[in-house]
Design a protein around this ligand. Structure first.
Ligand SMILES: [Zn+2]
Length: 109
């Protein structure tokens, strides 16, 4: 954590706005693409499940859909978070001095 370039105070917080926004956007985008994947995995699950019987087909479809949707959202959230972190470090004034209120970029990023 750098100290404030204006008053040299070590009491500095990171804002992480880009990371938070990126994670949220990524989760939505990931869940959306996950929904498409969920349909495919649901079909796959239904196909394999139907070897066991009708109940197996339903269970397979539900399990496939859940796995596809969840993993899509999680992956999207992670990717969005990483992109947002890069935006925080490179573009935004991500640090906020609690002493004087000065906002500045991390000079070491
Ligand atoms: Zn300061």
């Amino acid at each position: 954590m750098p100290s404030c370039p204006q008053c040299q105070s070590p009491r500095v917080e990171t804002l992480d706005r880009g990371r938070t926004a990126g994670a949220a956007i990524g989760a939505v985008a990931g869940a959306a693409s996950g929904a498409a994947a969920a349909l495919r995995t649901a079909q796959l699950g239904a196909t394999y499940g139907s070897l066991v019987g009708p109940a197996g087909a339903v269970l397979g479809a539900v399990a496939g859909a859940a796995m596809g949707g969840l993993s899509g959202g999680a992956v999207g959230c992670e990717i969005g978070s990483q992109i947002g972190k890069a935006v925080d470090q490179n573009c935004l004034k991500n640090h906020h001095c609690l002493e004087c209120g000065h906002r500045f970029r991390d000079p070491y990023a």
